[in-house]
Design a protein around this ligand. Sequence first.
Ligand code: MN
Length: 257
Amino acid sequence: MKFLRYQSPHGPAYGVLDSNGIVHALEGSPFGDNRTGAQVGPLEELRLLPPVEPPKVICVGLNYADHVAESNAKMPEMPLYFMKPRTALTGHGSAIVYPKDSTIVHYEAELVAVIGRGGRRIPEAEALRHVLGYTCGNDVSARDWQRKEMAQGFLLHGKAYDTFAPLGPVVNTDLDPSDLAIELRLNGEVKQKSRTSQLIFNVPRLISDLSQFITLEPGDVIMTGTTSGVGPMKPGDVVEVEIEGIGVLRNTVVPET
Ligand code: MN
């Protein structure tokens, strides 16, 4: 099933995307009992929201070897994490706001795992049973701030601006995450291209590792890291993250007013 969230006349609502691009109401919760309800309309006519409301947005840095190399970083010996606030979330079709106080804002295409069933100290062999599904993410990064703070051993400001965590368009609940094509296009030009088989720490490893010290909760999202080819965006740009089996997450960059 591919589910999403959209702005209905009555407020945010969950929907199900069918194979013809038509959205139907989702009765119940994607995290519990649910069934497909009445037709709502074509996907492109709806205002999409982030497909889940995560209690936590957990990100993994330096998780593709080619990105470690382009970052002039050391190969990680263990998964390296940071977090984004929920206020950074935004949906497919919405704006990424280019902050007034940054001059280097980069895109980062990422596979995002959505936790369905929470837990602590989850064994790697059971980890995928805790996943509800997968979506596309863009770990938008203000590199000028990121570099300054990382020089002191911190990482938040450069990653946490409002709209710096676009997610969507849908969560696919029937997907094997082990070898999916992932691509990023800026104004139609391919900038990043890889496969999730290239992850240094794969999805089961990340879930198991994180759950050793964090209680994972339903809806938590794990942004699994980006491949090489990161680069700058500017206001007016259209950025697309496409992952096999999920779809295209498209956002436009707008200046902060
Ligand atoms: Mn990233």
